[in-house]
Design a protein around this ligand. Structure first.
Ligand SMILES: [Zn+2]
Length: 349
């Protein structure tokens, strides 16, 4: 956006500088003209922003519509091409929201998107008319969850695995160090304990299961295991997921999709947690390019480090995030009501 404003849309930039256009309206102008050539974009910039009064009094939606209409007039073919490509970008994503909530967004072709919302709204209305105590919004959210997961209400846990990393101190000793939910991020220890006890007391199988993950008490560095196989076996891949949490490339927050040999197999790199990195698909493919180089380091007791050298000769270091700190070995006595339940599970395992 910065490059487009400076080099292709100078009049939009001037109105932004003068406080006549808000950042969001400038974003709309840049976004909706992204499909045009440089010359067409500059022409549209002149058309809409040469005179500050052109967009005066328009709401954001109206600005958006005006830019789209102008872009369609200037290069109809590019707009059609873009609309066709947009359908292939349909997807479902989730991201954290405040207060341990999450947004699940679906990007759909407009007809399907409207149909999904209208169906939920229609069914919520009929449930509401039958005298339900929940609000219309709550009923729509509950319907969405129940139709996708198959469980009858949103409060009921869906029958899939949610991976939760929590320190023994936080789980058993009433500690307050946040737990980590894979695919979401940190959640308060109290909420994690509530989840575990609800899952453990659930009627349906398998409820809660525990897997011990060993971490260094000082640094939180994850202890590795070894394997001889070429592909990372499930246990080792899971260990790397727990250690790295998201793609290890600096600044990349994408979910882990590939388990990469930091030193490649061809170069004799072993299949170990030390030589493994969780990467997103894009970063893994980029890393295979000419001139890219990576090496793993882990000083004793410290977190796992990867040094990446790019084709331009730059060096970047990325360190695995620490796990929740475990209970000290001489630990305090454990008196939580969860203790018996968990010991039962450990024995059963
Ligand atoms: Zn990445």
């Amino acid at each position: 956006m910065a490059t487009a404003l400076v080099h292709e849309m100078p009049r939009t930039l001037r109105l932004l500088e003068q406080g006549i256009l808000s950042e969001w309206r400038a974003t709309i102008l840049v976004r909706e003209t992204a499909c045009l050539t440089r010359e067409d974009r500059t022409a549209l910039d002149f058309l809409l922003c040469a005179d500050p009064s052109t967009l005066e009094g328009f709401g954001d939606q109206a600005v958006c519509a005006k830019v789209r209409a102008a872009a369609a007039r200037i290069d109809a073919e590019a707009v059609v091409r873009r609309a066709r490509k947009a359908v292939s970008d349909r997807r479902v994503t989730s991201r954290p929201a405040p207060d341990t909530m999450a947004y699940v967004s679906a990007l759909l072709p407009v007809a399907q998107g409207v149909a999904v919302h209208a169906t939920l709204a229609r069914d919520a209305d009929s449930i509401l008319a039958a005298g339900d105590a929940r609000t219309r919004s709550q009923i729509m959210a509950d319907l969405l969850v129940s139709r996708i997961t198959g469980s009858s209400t949103a409060a009921e846990q869906p029958a899939i695995t949610v991976n939760l990393v929590i320190s023994d101190q936080a789980l058993l000793g009433g500690g307050c160090e946040p737990a980590y939910v894979q695919g979401y991020g940190p959640i308060p220890a109290a909420l994690a304990r509530q989840w575990v006890s609800e899952a453990a007391s659930a009627e349906s199988e398998p409820g809660a299961s525990l897997r011990r993950v060993y971490a260094n008490p000082q640094s939180g560095a994850l202890t590795a295991t070894e394997s001889k196989a070429r592909c990372f076996p499930t246990g080792l891949a899971r260990l790397i997921d727990l250690r790295d949490k998201t793609c290890r490339t600096p600044w990349c927050d994408a979910p882990i999709r590939h388990h990469d040999h930091i030193k490649s197999r061809q170069a004799g790199g072993p299949t170990t947690a030390h030589n493994g990195a969780g990467l997103c698909a894009a970063c893994n493919y980029a890393k295979q390019g000419v001139g890219w180089n990576a090496s793993a380091h882990q000083p004793p007791g410290k977190a796992h480090e990867i040094e990446i050298r790019t084709p331009t000769g730059h060096r970047y270091r990325t360190t695995a995030p620490p796990l929740p700190r475990p209970l000290p070995i001489d630990g305090t006595e454990v008196t939580s009501p969860l203790e018996r339940l968990l010991i039962h599970y450990l024995h059963a395992a």
